[in-house]
Design a binder for this molecule. Structure first.
Ligand code: HEM
Length: 395
């Protein structure tokens, strides 16, 4: 049955051959830069950047939506800053790599015969999610770091599922092109010579590597402090904002301007505790304070180190008579929104540096940074350092 379909296909392509026009014509593309070896080298660079990007993205997802088997440690304190910085840097480096790869291989989309057999058809079909998914991930990721959402869908879920689809298609692609890639790189397959007077492959690849390096350097300064002055393309300068660092969610957009400045504000500690607490700002200030230097590391890739001062969550749990190894849900005054709550797993809740922070860099928290109190702990994504704290619920 399959054999018959393949024979019929062969006949169809032979009949259609005289009608090949434009890009379908034989030798329609003359540049030797459209070679398979260039595709293979760029493929490897893309494979590495997509793998790092996928793994660090998956990690960020697990930290924010931990399944039962996953316990994210609170140490080293700056680990998330590194993994998420890498996620954004490899995603940005992949933009010129993907552009160059697609330019190199696009003549192959007009291959003749278009489909040879069932396996070839499947492999070609997998290019649709591979190319579509890659472009979607890089464009939506870039929009996200610029905090520009010109769409209706929910970014994290769309980005997450697109990543799985793309990586699935990438596995199929590497399966199909793995042996040819290795043969090309070991010079076991012929490669077209450079065109006289044309650009050599070496110069082409050097330009692509240069472009990838340049865009990465020009954005990495949003998390790598010494590169800050080179950060021409970074959407955020980590040194700009109230009290010296940026704000993602404003008090106005979170609808907390009144509740956070209400003198009647209380921090409630409740749940699995012996003595539920209701503490005013003065009560919290009267407790023993701890000062820590910690980075605030945002999922969008920027990070900034600051000096935080406040009451260790551990001390509040002890005061409330909470059991050992407790987990805590921190709730914000924010009335709505997916990020109005965050989880402190048992390691984060027990870390002496996890604070109910009242001050930053020697001043009471600015309203935009979570006044009167916010969570600030080591090795947590910025979005989980809950601002405008209202409650700690122990479980
Ligand atoms: C996001 C990553 C990638 C994308 C979007 C992508 C896209 C493509 C496309 C559209 C083609 C042309 C279709 C074809 O020749 O059948 C192609 C060809 C090719 N790719 Fe990739 N690719 C990626 C990663 C990789 C990786 C990781 C490798 C290396 C293992 C690789 C090696 C190749 C090779 C050698 C060819 C030419 C094959 C031939 O002439 O038969 N690609 N790629």
């Amino acid at each position: 049955m399959v054999r018959r379909v393949e024979q019929n296909l062969d006949r169809l392509w032979t009949r259609l051959a005289p009608f090949r026009r434009g890009p379908f014509k034989q030798d329609a593309f003359t540049s030797p830069l459209h070679s398979r070896k260039t595709a293979a080298i760029l493929g490897i660079a893309l494979g590495v950047s997509f793998t790092v990007c996928f793994l660090t993205g998956l990690l960020s997802h697990l930290i924010q939506h931990p399944p039962g088997w996953f316990l994210w440690p609170s140490r080293p304190a700056g680990l998330y800053r590194v993994t998420q910085g890498l996620h954004v840097a490899t995603g940005i480096a992949a933009i010129p790599l993907l552009g160059a790869k697609l330019w190199t291989v696009f003549p192959r989309l007009f291959l003749w015969p278009p489909v040879e057999n069932a396996a070839h058809a499947l492999e070609r079909l997998s290019l649709l999610p591979l190319v579509g998914g890659s472009v979607f991930l890089l464009v939506s990721g870039l929009n996200n770091i610029a905090l520009w959402y010109p769409w209706e869908f929910f970014f994290p879920a769309a980005h997450y599922w697109a990543a799985w689809i793309t990586v699935g298609a990438l596995v199929v692609h590497v399966g199909a092109k793995g042996s040819i890639t290795s043969a090309l790189l070991r010079r076991q397959l012929p490669d077209p010579p450079a065109a006289p007077g044309g650009m050599s492959r070496r110069s082409f690849l050097a330009s692509v590597a240069g472009a990838a390096g340049l865009v990465t350097l020009a954005t990495a300064g949003q998390t790598v402090r010494p590169l800050r002055r080179l950060s021409l393309l970074a959407p955020r300068d980590p040194g700009v904002g109230p009290q010296g660092f940026p704000v993602n969610k404003t008090a106005r957009s979170a609808v907390v301007t009144q509740s956070a400045t209400d003198p009647q504000w209380r921090l409630i500690v409740e749940g699995r505790v012996g003595r539920p607490l209701s503490l005013s700002l003065a009560d919290l200030r009267a407790m023993e304070q701890r000062e820590v230097i910690l980075p605030i590391a945002c999922v969008e890739g920027w990070s900034a180190t600051a000096r935080w001062r406040g009451v260790p969550v551990q001390d509040l749990l002890a005061l409330a008579g909470s059991p050992e190894q407790a987990e805590v849900t921190a709730e914000s005054l924010q009335p709505r929104g997916l990020y109005r709550k965050s989880e402190l797993n048992r390691l984060h809740a027990a870390d002496a540096d996890t604070l109910v922070a009242l001050e930053v860099n020697g001043e009471p928290l600015h309203l935009e940074h979570g006044y009167p109190a916010r969570i600030m702990g080591p090795n947590r994504p910025g979005v989980m350092q809950t601002k405008w704290l209202a409650k700690l619920v122990v479980s």
